[in-house]
Design a protein around this ligand. Structure first.
Ligand SMILES: [Zn+2]
Length: 219
């Protein structure tokens, strides 16, 4: 563990989603793994995440966030949204994001569905049916076929996946590094849905190195 670890006073989850998640599952998870920090849940009535087209607008989001903010700069602040957004990456093309780790961090439920890539076969089916004008008719059937291979809207596994993204936001706050190279860790940066499901649902824990850091934090 690096020496410079920045301990937050508390963890604040601001939720602007309408289909609220099962917050108890998240609370229990934080209590178990990040014992040291007090967890606060804020149910937002207004939306704070701002976009320009599909692009995430950090400045306008921060302005809107300031108005509703009850935490301070010493807290780890996370906003949960349903809004879909992208950021411009080095190739100058927009990439849909499941999360942005910053101050505050943002996690998008639709970004979790649309960001990490689905199996290649899914896109082949989709392309084929789109070309035939049958996608509207076939979408649910194709999604059912690949159900085990990606997270969909309204997915019952969403809280399990969120545990990973929230952990990444907390690690980002503490160390500046949200990710882990190990696929067997909640901090794995999944570019594919199948990896996301593997790390967060099949493995569903931290790697040895990160478990050790969490253990140290307890003292
Ligand atoms: Zn790890």
């Amino acid at each position: 563990m690096k020496n410079e670890i920045n301990l937050p006073s508390g963890i604040y989850l601001y939720d602007e989603t309408e289909d609220k998640i099962d917050i108890k599952k998240i609370k229990d998870f934080i209590k178990e793994n990040f014992k040291r920090f007090k967890f606060h849940y804020i149910n937002l009535k207004e939306k704070v995440i701002q976009t320009k087209g599909l692009l995430f607008d950090f400045i306008e989001t921060q302005k809107a966030f300031e108005k509703i903010r009850i935490s301070t700069a010493n807290d780890c602040e996370i906003i949960l949204t349903e809004k879909l957004f992208a950021t411009l990456e080095q190739d100058r093309r927009p990439h849909i994001r499941a999360s942005i780790y910053s101050f505050p961090s943002v996690i998008s439920l639709s970004g979790i569905v649309e960001g990490p890539a689905k199996p290649k076969e899914f896109y082949i089916y989709k392309q084929k049916y789109m070309a035939l004008g049958l996608w509207d008719l076939k979408e649910s059937q194709v999604k059912k076929k690949f159900k085990e291979h990606f997270i969909d809207y309204g997915d019952k596994r969403i809280e399990e996946v969120l545990k990973g993204y929230i952990s990444q936001a907390i690690f980002f706050y503490m160390t500046g590094e949200p990710f882990c190279r190990s696929k067997c860790c909640r901090l794995f940066n999944a570019h594919w849905q199948k990896d996301l499901i593997y790390s967060q649902i099949k493995i569903a824990q931290f790697c040895k190195k990160h478990q050790k850091i969490l253990k140290k934090l307890e003292n």
